[in-house]
Design a binder for this molecule. Structure first.
Ligand SMILES: *Cc1c(COP(=O)(O)O)cnc(C)c1O
Length: 378
């Protein structure tokens, strides 16, 4: 039985481990090195600490095994953060005069990226994620950026359909897979050229480090991304890389629990009449469910919904005892926030983005229902 036949749990606990060596730990510890012994001709792989590090190498192999099981042509590059990974793809691939298509409802910092791309003479077009609306603005594009499910609105687009149209138009396709993680969706298998993620979120899952990665199958594209990392120096620390690798072993356990909790929470919220605008792609009657079910293996840990107004949302967040009021998502401890407090997303004042952690779903649902009752009492 080859590695491509393994289940996710088996693959995750073994991912990226080097060949066993007597007296060495299964996962070698972080290598702290600015430079390596290098007598004579400076040949690789390890010469200078900004270029390569053995701890990154192990992590990159591990992530690659999750992104494209059984495919050893996949090349993964890890970065200091999700934004470093996103910037590496966009700024290494696009040139002045190119057209890039971004979602208009994606991660907040994309608006800043857009300004920077435009300052470099790149034309940026945007369209919503839902309804595959980016199809309408693909003409002449060099690169299509997809974020599905989108953060925070949880809309979903049909990756295979967008990839087919983009490739026909001569555009590369990158998918921000942060919300789903490779256990929820594998963009490279859906045809994308780049699978990109902030591993700060569900991938590492403990809310204690920032990290990002880019995976692709084309060695030339991968080399461009790796070169960009060397130029800007957006490299992860060895300790972060090692912690991330250690965390990957429990990704299937965490994701299973978090997805089950998210579905339980969404089902409970669906029965409340003080909750509107409920979105979770795993709910059978969610507008995204049919498309999501065709490309996702798990529907993620984030649920979004709307309470009457800003005050109700704030009372709700205050009344929660198992859920921290914090941004970010995907961690083992549930978090929630009133997204409108940032001002960047087009969301109602009472919009809540809720990230379901690894608590027992019954405890979490009880806490949420209690907090909703408190919020309704004025
Ligand atoms: C958080 C996030 C990012 C940015 O990641 P950092 O690790 O914070 O730099 C990018 N895309 C999505 C969808 C995110 O949620």
């Amino acid at each position: 039985m080859g590695a491509q036949d393994w289940g996710d749990g088996t693959r995750a606990v073994r991912a990226g481990l080097p060949e066993p060596r007597k007296y060495e730990p299964p996962l070698p510890g972080p290598v702290f090195a600015a430079h390596y012994h290098l007598p004579g001709e400076p040949t690789g792989p390890y010469t200078y600490g900004r270029d390569e590090n053995p701890t990154w190498t192990h992590l990159e192999r591990a992530i690659g095994e999750l992104e494209a099981p059984g495919d050893d042509t996949v090349d993964t590059v890890v970065f200091a953060s999700g934004m470093a990974a996103i910037s590496a793809v966009l700024f290494s691939q696009l040139r002045a005069g190119d057209v890039a298509v971004l979602p208009d409802d994606g991660y907040q910092a994309l608006a800043l990226v857009r300004e920077q791309l435009e300052a470099y003479g790149i034309e940026v077009r945007t369209a919503p994620t839902g309804g595959d609306a980016q199809l309408a603005v693909l003409d002449g594009a060099a690169l299509l950026w997809i974020e599905t499910p989108s953060n925070p609105g949880l809309d979903v687009c049909d990756v295979r359909r967008l990839v087919a149209a983009a490739h026909a138009a001569g555009a590369l396709v990158a998918v921000d897979n942060t919300l789903a993680t490779p256990l929820g969706q594998r963009p490279l298998e859906l045809g994308a050229d780049f699978s990109v993620a902030s591993d700060t979120k569900g991938m590492t899952g403990h809310g204690d480090l920032l990290l990002g990665h880019v995976s692709c199958r084309d060695t030339r594209l991968a080399a461009g991304v790796r070169r960009w990392r060397k130029i800007v120096g957006a490299i992860p620390g060895p300790m972060e890389a090692w912690l991330a690798h250690r965390s990957l072993a429990t990704l299937p356990l965490r994701i299973e629990r978090q997805c089950a909790g998210a579905l339980a929470l969404a089902e409970a919220l669906a029965r409340r009449d003080d909750v509107t605008g409920l979105r979770y792609p795993g709910l059978p009657d969610d507008p995204s469910h049919a498309v999501a079910a065709g490309q996702m293996r798990r529907f993620g840990s984030v649920v979004s919904f709307v309470l009457a107004d800003r005050e109700s949302a704030e009372r709700f967040l205050d009344a929660l005892t198992l859920v921290d009021d914090a941004t970010s998502f995907g961690g083992v401890r549930s978090t929630a926030e009133r997204r409108g407090r940032w001002g960047g997303d087009a969301v109602p004042e009472g919009f809540i983005r809720f990230s379901v952690g690894a608590e027992d779903p019954d405890d979490l649902v009880a806490d949420v229902l209690h907090a909703l009752d408190v919020a309704a009492r004025t």
